[in-house]
Design a protein around this ligand. Structure first.
Ligand SMILES: NC(=O)c1ccc[n+]([C@@H]2O[C@H](COP(=O)([O-])OP(=O)(O)OC[C@H]3O[C@@H](n4cnc5c(N)ncnc54)[C@H](O)[C@@H]3O)[C@@H](O)[C@H]2O)c1
Length: 438
């Protein structure tokens, strides 16, 4: 759906009015395209604290936005990476200010600030306090940056473990991800670099539920762009759209109601050679305040958004259809993190998805070699949000640090990144740092 306000703010009268009245001035986000696959400008690598993260410079050279050597001159950095992993005392926090204060104003439009932190130590409350301080710092900075720029904290135990998150965050693919902390502590020396970096999911099979339209359609497209063979699943009523999507991405349609009792068996039967990436995207809303909500608005929402996710994940793990080295990406929602009046059913289901991810992720990785993560979209421009009444829709669009709704492709890029399995147990908000929610 077109964001007419954003278009208007780019015109001369729009600029005049928004400046005069102090209204939000969203900047069109720079998203990935074949012509513009990388951020444009140098990457500035800074360090706070006495002990830099070993090997970080070499890792940064592998992100697609290599670190700049020497003075920047008049060039504005496209990204700043601040290594604050060595900040172990409150006194050392002064370095965070000293390093970023002089450069933050010069960040290019749609730029990135990535702060690298260490996990807070249960055995050292001074280190834990200093490291937790970085979380509040980054969330606040993300609200200040403006001009389409984002800020994220990545907690890591080594430079190689941070590489997958850095690759995503330092690219245009993370345009609508801001103001949160990502735990990036996995590092397996034995995982080779993908043979085709442009198609990291080559030779992989991915199943996307709810793929006939909206976010699911975008996920199917992006996974196919990244080399996966996509099996696109949706309800019988969406068959025509589903076939169109499957054809467009060179995939296979699978017409199925994901809440059917035998959904797991039918998916396994359709994938005799196994599955690498399971994307639970299908979702429905049936909004009413609890006092007005009949059971027929409660149960289907819980079943589509949560029950079916649990059942099919369990089944496909148990029967071995999900192959070692694969991943599960579920779809939560900012509504499940923040709560939303009129959505007790939906928020309960989406919060349940985050519970599933956090509990299953360590076991699925240890026992099956499978990463389990979720995306939590905020306001995304789809048919689901087009149905929201105008004023609430406009508020939903603006109440985030980027002052605009996200596009389905923003969620799809996040799913495609999580599908690579470089992190585990994460619930990644794709919400432009929605002011509702964590
Ligand atoms: N649009 C947003 O702003 C937003 C925000 C947060 C979370 N989400 C979540 O993102 C996901 C996609 O949202 P969307 O906006 O693209 O929704 P959408 O309504 O446009 O598409 C949902 C798709 O899921 C399919 N589906 C519904 N029930 C199904 C079932 N039982 N079996 C198989 N397929 C089924 C529908 O047919 C449809 O194609 C949902 O899980 C939604 O809850 C969306």
């Amino acid at each position: 759906m077109a964001d007419r306000y954003l278009t208007f703010t780019r015109t001369a009268p729009g600029r005049f009015l928004t400046r005069g009245l102090g209204l939000p001035r969203p900047v069109p986000l720079r998203r990935w395209s074949p012509e513009h696959p990388a951020l444009e400008g140098p990457l500035l690598h800074l360090t706070a604290g006495d002990v830099p993260l070993p090997g970080l410079h070499e890792v940064l050279t592998r992100t697609g936005l290599p670190p700049h050597a020497g003075p920047l001159g008049t060039r504005r950095p496209a990204a700043v990476v601040l290594d604050a992993t060595g900040v172990a005392t409150v006194t050392a926090l002064v370095d965070v200010h000293a390093t970023l204060h002089p450069v933050v104003r010069s960040l290019a439009d749609c730029g990135r600030v990535v702060v690298l932190g260490a996990p807070p130590s249960p055995a050292d409350h001074h280190q834990a306090a200093a490291q937790q301080a970085l979380d509040g710092f980054v969330r606040s900075l993300a609200k200040e940056l403006g001009r389409g720029s984002t800020a994220t904290l990545v907690r890591t135990t080594s430079a190689p473990a941070a590489l997958p998150a850095l690759r995503f965050l330092l690219s245009p693919k993370s345009a609508y991800v801001s103001g949160q902390t990502i735990e990036a502590t996995l590092h397996d020396e034995s995982v080779p670099e993908p043979p085709e970096p442009e198609r990291p999911l080559a030779c992989r099979t991915a199943l996307v539920t709810g793929a006939a339209r909206g976010i699911g359609e975008a996920i199917a497209q992006v996974l196919a762009r990244d080399g996966a063979h996509v099996v696109a699943l949706d309800v019988p009523a969406a068959h025509t759209d589903l076939v169109r999507v499957a054809e467009r991405v060179g995939g296979t349609p699978l017409t199925l109601d994901i809440t059917a009792d035998d959904a797991g068996e039918r998916i396994a039967a359709a994938l005799p050679d196994g599955l690498d990436v399971l994307v639970h995207n299908a979702g429905i809303t049936r909004d009413r305040r609890l006092a007005n909500m009949a059971a027929d608005r409660w149960s289907p929402v819980i079943d589509v958004n949560l029950g079916s996710v649990l059942r099919t994940t369990d089944f496909l793990l148990k029967c071995g259809t999900l192959r070692r080295g694969g991943s599960v990406v579920a779809t939560a929602s900012v509504a499940g993190l923040a709560g939303n009046a009129g959505q007790t059913n939906y928020a309960a289901a989406k919060a349940g998805v985050t519970g599933l991810v956090r509990s299953l992720a360590p076991r699925a990785l240890a026992e099956h070699g499978i990463a389990v993560n979720a995306v939590a979209p905020g306001f995304i421009e789809t048919r689901m949000t087009a149905a929201v009444p105008l004023l609430i829709r406009e508020a939903g669009r603006r109440l985030n640090s980027l002052a605009q709704g996200g596009q389905p492709v923003d969620v799809a890029e996040a799913v495609a990144w999580l599908a690579l399995g470089g992190v585990n147990g994460q619930v990644l908000r794709v919400c432009g740092q929605s002011l509702l929610g964590a």
